[in-house]
Design a protein around this ligand. Structure first.
Ligand code: GAL
Length: 491
């Protein structure tokens, strides 16, 4: 869209409608927070139960130095094992003094001074999964302790829940106690459930929390099955969440419930594995793209001082992050799929087509090649637009912008310089400066570093086609051609 060519009234209407969307969205969040999916970094995937103050401060500093904070990754979550093994004689949690010699208050202050949020972890059970004291029965006391420490975010797990699960009411009521306790502190604390899809939190958790995990723990694999994650990707109501779930498995489980997302409440597909070494470049791109467009929280679970230039360039792709943070908050949905073992007449193995709507009327389209070789994937506009043959959108032509094109993917050379401390993201030549410009602003200005690289135009009733490597993705922003826009404006 060329904004300067639009009449002033049209610009005012678009701006007004964006503001109205944001205001309407804030009404959907139970505590006014997480109007777009949370973004940040968590200790667990890379460090398990073995982290300390040095590790925290080192990674927090990397969030700032690598420009990740300015792109939105602004919460640091201390996962399991942050306290001593027992409570104090009067029942209080005690910060682990060996791991955090300066104390949590000091860490919290330092995070805040760095423009970061302070996140913590507990379980709605007797113990955390790692066997540390947890919050069941101590909700008010623990919530107040965190509020006093300046906590901004709670990840709340499900281990040792003393049998208080098994149906949605039991789970809801148990987590609701903490939700209320957090609110009662008067401090704004994002509340993120981690009950692995147990009792279908997408059916009840939006009124008491900001997000909930939908599956067992992710592991650093694209599609390798594991006995640790026994439910298949088509077990939408999995009873045994497991802990070794691959990307395609979690994606399949998410596909049935994408419509449950809304500003203020998000299906959490679990942490990003990008940077941990278990997947290829294309696989990490697919993982990141899909988490982004389904509106999962984007919480990195890696070692920020060990990132490769390629992985760094994935995590900072501003065009993909902009889709995740789009103010409409509508998750893309799967339009169709061919499974690996059921090749279609053209011989395609596991391919998927996803699409969704964005706040300014653009659309996002993703093609995934989950098959074992390179494939050409095609999808008609009818398929992209929900199979609606008579949709007015099908009758329009669309400019197609590639979100993994030259304008949005940082070169390895520049990425290496930033990782090596010789340059800063904000100074990197020609790169999108998130601290200076917001995503929406950049999109309105048609900045190709956020809108994507123009690839082609698909005519009305046409077909979108892309050549995609094994386990890779094509991610496109579709924008009505100016010709189509003109017609609409005249109506
Ligand atoms: C799991 C949770 C992980 C991590 C771990 C800590 O239940 O899903 O993300 O928090 O506990 O022990």
């Amino acid at each position: 869209m060329i904004w300067s060519s639009l009449p002033a009234t049209a610009v005012i209407i678009v701006v007004f409608s964006l503001v109205a969307q944001v205001l309407a969205a804030s009404g959907l969040s139970y505590n006014g927070l997480a109007l777009t999916p949370q973004m940040g970094w968590d200790t667990f995937n890379a460090y398990a139960l073995d982290y300390d103050e040095d590790i925290l401060m080192k990674n927090a500093q990397r969030l700032v130095d690598l420009g990740l904070r300015d792109l939105g990754y602004n919460v640091v979550i201390l996962d399991d094992a942050m306290t001593e093994k027992t409570r104090s004689h009067d029942g209080k949690l005690i910060a682990n003094a060996t791991r955090f010699p300066s104390g949590l208050k000091s860490i919290s202050k330092r995070f805040h001074n760095m423009g970061l949020q302070f996140g913590v972890y507990s379980s709605a059970g007797r113990f955390t999964c790692g066997g540390y004291p947890a919050s069941l029965g101590y909700e008010e006391q623990d919530a107040q302790w965190w509020a006093d420490l300046g906590v901004d975010y709670l990840k709340h797990d499900n281990c040792f829940n003393e049998g208080q699960s098994g149906n949605p009411k039991l789970s809801h009521d148990r987590f609701a106690v903490m939700s209320k306790a957090l609110n009662a502190t008067g401090r704004k604390i994002t509340y993120s459930l981690c009950n692995w899809g147990d009792d279908k939190p997408w059916e009840w958790a939006s009124t008491i929390s900001n997000s909930a995990r939908i599956s067992g723990d992710i592991y650093d694999s694209f599609s390798r099955p594991s006995a640790g994650c026994p439910c298949s990707q088509d077990d939408f109501y999995c009873q045994i969440p497991g802990y070794h779930c691959n990307v395609m498995n979690i994606l399949g489980k998410a596909s049935a419930i994408v419509s449950k997302n809304q500003p203020g409440y998000w299906n959490d597909l679990d942490m990003l594995e990008v940077g941990n070494g278990g997947m290829s470049y294309d696989e990490y791109k697919t993982h990141f793209s899909m988490w982004a467009i389904i509106k999962s929280p984007l919480i990195m679970g890696n070692k920020l001082d060990e990132l490769s230039p390629e992985d760094y360039a994935i995590l900072i792709n501003p065009a993909v992050i902009a889709i995740n943070q789009d103010p409409l908050g509508s998750a893309a949905s799967r339009q169709w799929r061919v499974q690996e073992d059921k090749k279609d007449e053209y011989g395609y193995g596991e391919i998927q087509v996803w699409s969704g709507e964005l706040a300014n009327g653009d659309h996002i389209v993703a093609f995934i090649n989950g098959g074992s070789g390179d494939q050409v994937i095609s999808s008609t506009l009818v398929e992209v637009f929900d199979g609606l043959r008579n949709s007015p959108k099908v009758q329009k032509s669309w400019d197609v912008y590639d979100l993994w094109g030259a304008d949005t993917v940082m070169s390895n050379e520049v990425a290496a310089r930033i990782l090596g401390g010789e340059s800063k993201l904000s100074h990197a030549e020609g790169y999108f400066n998130a601290s200076r410009h917001g995503f929406q602003d950049a999109i309105a200005r048609n900045d190709s570093r956020v809108v994507g690289t123009y690839a082609k135009t698909v005519p009305a009733k046409g077909t979108l086609t892309a050549d995609i490597p094994r386990h890779g993705v094509a991610l496109f922003r579709l924008r009505e051609t100016s010709e189509g826009k003109g017609q609409k404006d005249e109506l």
